[in-house]
Design a protein around this ligand. Structure first.
Ligand code: ADP
Ligand code: ZN
Ligand code: ZN
Length: 859
């Protein structure tokens, strides 16, 4: 062990270890945990984050390299976010550097361009403060020649690499200012030029006007006098130059001349980029609200939790429309009174503007949104100002859980059962609800999980006392839960077919030949639903229709040979999109033209099967030709703001039918909706996933909850080919608890969560044999050291290929009764991974291994 100063760095590479570096003497005072440093890494220079500092090193210093420089004066990651990151790295089997990549805003871990500008050139002062041969003096000398330079330019001109620490000192003392431009986007704070108009300046304006007004007044002087007089009349403390020029028609050269003469002072001011895309959203009620008894009780309990200043988790189980959001709002009011801050997670980006709007109504400028559809500039501003304490409420989808708020008092996870809280496609594969609980734990803060249909995991935790259960069993204002009716589509089909036999076919003749079905195609809309829609259209009440499949036909099939068009890269059927007239893969995005004849048997009788939203829309247009309707699914809402616009049109009654995928099931609160129709309840029931019943119940209850939220009573029509499925029985009675009691039995019998913990290990690669081999080697290694948990597989995944990569799965099932904390599983898996990484047998390059802890999808 050699004394000195050493740092352990997390570097954003896929290697699961920290890297030790020497800290040169000159940086000893500046280095601390959570700052970014520049360090040599192979042939590159990378940004690393200091995770630990130490005065001794296990490795001989001869073998260590030195860091080049330190980038931050203040840690970019607080101690609290550092320890949360460490937990995530360990729990989700992810390198710490990759966790940081997820936590920090994009670009922060890549070397950015920095521009240094000189502020004061008081040579005496500088000579006093720094020795003439010091780096600081050299920098100032160089900068006084060129006024501003990037750090790279400075390094080159001065011939010294490590300048950051000296620059940071100069910046702290105000000699220079450093602007960081993040690399991906040229990110920097936005500023504008302003003319200062404080009282003193204004007083002096008069003398200046007099000075100028000595006759003869030239043509050049005249506009200058006008400008000064106009400035005199302005009430504000400053005015932006651009605005001044625009409003007065005075020219820029006049202003410049005045500035040069020292008659006015121009400076720069930072402008905060607005994060609103909810301008003019007027559909949310904003009247004064008095909480009902259940709400009050919930708020009081949460307040007590906040007051106690210790970690606690509440499950706010309240039926749809029971006023959960109002409870969050009152809880946050309390948090702010205690000078603490809050994060509110919403399940989807598209719901963020609505939520922001509602919270801003109560908390104004303290609220900020945080999501990936914001421009990089907006994100940067939001991040920085949340850090600085200007914002105290951050709202957004899952990544908002990493908002750098200080003094966190409360985290709300709205619709906590939503699977969108899980990052499933990228490392770290975290679940924002679980991270929220850990973050609250580190902060002694309170978590409120809200739901009308809690996840089984959370409800079980409420039952076993880990969480405190708060209930809102009734809708606010005596609104009743809607009446739910089931339509048996099989019976409907039989009835319609027998009718058709009696009548000659009325099939329209303009259907293209390739789409002409052999058997008569029946409408996806039952007579009952059709009648109900007609009735609401007459009354001008709102209608929401759910079909949880986008596109036109969900698959196309040849009835002669059974061939189904599949994606070449993925083991999945292609969806026909009528708008673009092509087949598209919803996994990899590949498109191709639909075949005119069956590629296998050359039959011309290809059938377009399954109803996507586009097809339902087309049918509705035929049945109700003059009705305004709007479709909302991934295909119509990718543009920023498109989602808000759709909802506004619907809220204001310009549109009568809102048709869409699960997007229409969530969060919408429109009092004019009195009818909800589910075109097919069967889209999820049959999926080979142990959560498919739970998801179906959630989706149907959620969408049903959109109806009758106010004085007008609501009605729900659910169409299905499985009218006797017991899930539906519980949906009709709005009885979550009895559904839970029934379904939890299956979970118990089959040892699924919440009775066990699952880890999904995926192997993927181009050559299936390699994939299978690695999966088998890994399974054998695991079996050798395990006696505690169940190992299922290896086996080919349900979707055996995605984007050209074959997939094999191993599922680990760890019973909570045997391994309550999951430590045993964790230890065994860590060890196995270590051995496997070193194994000479594995196909290192050809096969990628992905670990998904607590997976939400198993296919
Ligand atoms: P949830 O989140 O449970 O679906 P919301 O909080 O959105 O319910 O409340 C539904 C509607 O009822 C909203 O329009 C809200 O403004 C209103 N609301 C909530 N609490 C009350 C109350 N105590 N009295 C009257 N209206 C309320
Ligand atoms: Zn065929
Ligand atoms: Zn594909």
């Amino acid at each position: 062990m050699t004394p000195g100063l050493y740092v352990d760095l997390a570097i954003p590479v896929a290697l699961d270890k920290l890297f030790t570096y020497i800290v040169p003497r000159e940086f000893h005072n500046a280095v601390k945990r959570g700052v970014r440093v520049l360090a040599p890494f192979g042939k590159r220079t990378v940004i690393g984050i200091v995770v630990d500092t130490s005065t001794t090193s296990q490795i001989a210093p001869k073998k260590l390299k030195s860091i080049h420089d330190i980038l931050d004066t203040e840690p970019i990651l607080s101690e609290e976010l550092l320890s949360l990151s460490k937990w995530m790295a360990e729990y989700y089997f992810t390198p710490l550097g990759e966790v940081f990549k997820a936590i920090l805003i994009r670009g922060a871990t890549r070397a950015g361009k920095r521009i240094v500008k000189i502020n004061i050139v008081d040579n005496d002062k500088i000579n006093k403060a720094f020795r003439p041969d010091s780096k600081q003096s050299v920098i100032i000398k160089e900068l006084s020649r060129r006024k501003s330079a990037t750090i790279t330019q400075l390094q080159k001109n001065i011939g010294i690499k490590s300048l950051y620490t000296s620059l940071n000192i100069l910046a702290r003392e105000g000699y220079v200012s450093i602007e960081e431009i993040l690399p991906t986007t040229r990110l920097k704070s936005k500023s504008e030029k302003i003319i200062t108009l404080d009282d003193l300046t204004k007083e002096l304006l008069q003398t200046k006007i007099q000075a100028l007004s000595v006759p003869p007044i030239s043509k050049k002087i005249q506009p200058q006098i006008v400008a000064l007089k106009t400035l005199q009349s302005i009430d504000e403390n400053f005015i932006s130059v651009a605005q001044f020029l625009r409003q007065t028609g005075i020219s820029l050269s006049t202003i410049r001349t005045l500035a040069r003469k020292g008659m006015i002072a121009i400076s720069t001011r930072e402008v905060i980029r607005s994060t609103d895309d909810d301008h003019g959203e007027s559909y949310l009620s904003s009247q004064q609200i008095t909480l009902n008894n259940d709400q009050q009780n919930a708020v009081q309990n949460i307040q007590k939790g906040i007051q106690s200043g210790s970690f606690q988790t509440f499950l706010l189980y309240g039926v749809t429309g029971s006023g959960k959001t109002q409870v969050y709002i009152e809880a946050i009011r309390d948090v702010l009174l205690r000078n603490k801050t809050a994060i509110v997670l919403v399940p989807e980006i598209s719901l963020t503007p609505q939520a922001v709007h509602r919270f801003k109504y109560h908390f104004g400028e303290k609220v900020v949104a945080f999501h990936s559809r914001m421009s990089s500039g907006e994100r940067y501003d939001a991040w920085r100002l949340a850090c600085d304490g200007k914002y105290s409420i951050v709202i957004g989808p899952r990544s908002a859980i990493f908002a750098p708020l200080k003094n966190l008092g409360l985290i709300v996870v709205d619709e906590e059962q939503e699977s969108s809280y899980k990052q499933f496609d990228q490392t770290p594969r975290y679940h924002a609800r679980d991270v929220a609980i850990m973050r609250a734990y580190h902060n002694n803060a309170v978590v409120v999980l809200g739901s009308a249909t809690p996840s089984f995991e959370s409800y079980a935790n409420a039952m076993n006392g880990k969480y405190t259960l708060l209930e809102l069993p009734e809708r606010v204002d005596n609104a009743k839960l809607p009446l739910v009716e089931i339509v048996d589509m099989a019976a409907e089909r039989k009835r319609k077919l027998s009718l058709l036999k009696q009548e000659p076919s009325t099939e329209p003749t303009n259907t293209p030949a390739m789409m002409k079905p052999r058997k008569p195609e029946l409408s996806s809309i039952s007579d009952l639903l059709k009648n109900k829609i007609e009735d609401r259209l007459q009354k001008k009440e709102g209608i929401i229709l759910l079909q949880n499949r986008r596109g036109y036909s969900t698959f196309i099939e040849c009835p002669d040979c059974g061939n189904v068009e599949m994606c070449q890269n993925c083991h999945i059927t292609l969806t026909y999109h009528a708008t673009k007239k092509h087949l598209r893969c919803h996994y990899c995005g590949a498109v191709k033209a639909p075949p005119e004849i069956c590629p296998k048997c050359k039959s011309a009788d290809i059938k377009y099967q399954g109803f996507g939203t586009q097809r339902v829309e087309e049918e509705l247009e035929k049945i109700f030709p003059s009705t305004k309707m709007i479709r909302m699914d991934l295909d119509t809402t990718t543009r920023r703001g498109s989602h808000s616009k759709i909802l506004r049109n619907f809220a204001e009654g310009e549109v009568d039918i809102l048709l869409g995928t699960q997007m229409v099931a969530k969060g919408l609160d429109f009092s004019r909706v009195t009818l909800v129709g589910v075109i097919s309840a069967d889209t999820q029931i049959l999926l080979p996933d142990f959560r498919s019943s739970e998801r179906t119940f959630q989706l149907l209850s959620q969408v049903a909850g959109r109806a009758g939220r106010s004085t007008l009573p609501g009605e729900v029509i659910i169409q299905t080919y499985q009218p006797h499925n017991s899930i539906l029985k519980h949906v009709i009675t709005h009885d979550y608890k009895s559904f839970y009691d029934e379904e939890i039995q299956y979970r118990k019998e089959l040892n699924y969560p919440p009775f066990s913990r699952l880890i999904l290990i995926e192997f993927r690669g181009k050559i299936e044999n390699d994939v299978m081999r690695d999966a088998t080697i890994f399974t054998d290694l695991l079996k050798n050291r395990n006696s505690h948990f169940l190992i299922l597989g290896p086996s080919s995944a349900v979707i055996s290929k995605i984007r050209g990569l074959y997939r094999w799965h191993i599922i680990l099932k760890d019973l909570k009764s045997k391994d309550p904390s999951g430590k045993i599983l964790h230890r065994v898996l860590t060890k196995t991974l270590e051995i496997f990484q070193r194994s000479p047998l594995r196909r290192r390059k050809a096969v990628k291994l992905v670990i998904d802890v607590d997976p939400v999808g198993m296919m």
